[in-house]
Design a protein around this ligand. Structure first.
Ligand SMILES: [Mg+2]
Length: 245
């Protein structure tokens, strides 16, 4: 259930007891006009590595982005990554997703549609996205296109995101990936803490709270999370504080 989250900052992390799961865009870094234009602040990878060590390895990044992109933004972070909503991972025992879809043809259709409508297409290793941030008035047009593509590709499902519609493998969700990981080393026996800013994060926020952990909504908007941080800068300060005690 989505409710109005109070503007209450979460209590401090307890690295000895917590398993920390962090979304990337809009949570650790500010959303950029284009997905490839994200600015990664100096020192972010170092804070994540410090916290990863303090948590006994129980810290993972969980993103809808392709894992390779995520890794390229944070070359000095060598901890676990979950990409493509759980369809890809690094350093974790996740089964991943199949390739039943003709991705080259799908990507070509997205590029064609984006070029014809002054929008941005994003090719993903397991799907594709159409971004309308540059033309918010094109939301309905973009949605209609995404729904048309879903009808043609039954293995994919529609994932609305911030100013974008994404097609992802039907089985891949962040919370499903976390459910598979939670009872495995190094996460088992720890209290899950999840931070995210988008609709794709809501099931994972709820999951963390159902397991006795913390769900932290980042930024504005309704959420089922009990806690809130105002934006990526506040998130980075909160994470940094946990490395300094
Ligand atoms: Mg995000």
């Amino acid at each position: 259930m989505t409710t109005d989250t109070p503007n209450t900052a979460p209590p401090a992390l307890v690295p000895g007891e917590d398993a920390v799961f962090l979304d990337f865009d809009g949570t650790l870094v500010e959303i950029a006009p284009r997905p490839d234009a994200v600015h990664v602040p100096d020192g972010l990878a170092e804070v994540l590595m410090d916290l990863h060590a303090l948590c006994g390895g129980a810290l993972a990044l969980v993103s809808g982005r392709a894992m390779g992109e995520l890794a390229a933004f944070l070359p000095r972070f060598t901890g676990p990554l979950i990409g493509s909503h759980g369809a890809e991972s690094r350093g974790l025992d996740l089964p991943g997703a199949g390739h039943a879809v003709d991705l080259a043809a799908l990507h070509a259709r997205f590029v064609e549609f984006a070029n014809a409508n002054d929008l941005l297409a994003e090719a993903k290793p397991h799907g594709a996205a159409i971004h309308f941030r540059s033309r918010p008035e094109a939301e309905a047009l973009a949605r209609a296109f995404a729904e048309e593509m879903i009808a043609l590709h039954p293995g994919l499902t529609l994932q609305p995101a911030k100013m974008a519609f994404e097609l992802r493998p039907a089985g891949a969700t962040k919370d499903a990936a976390l459910r598979q990981l939670a009872d495995a080393v190094p996460f088992a026996g720890r209290r899950p803490v999840y931070l995210g800013d988008d609709t794709t994060d809501e099931p994972a926020l709820i999951w963390a709270q159902e397991r006795g952990g913390m769900g932290v909504k980042v930024g504005e908007g309704a959420s089922a999370a009990r806690w809130r941080l105002s934006g990526p800068q506040a998130v980075r300060a909160w994470l940094t504080a946990a490395t300094e005690t």
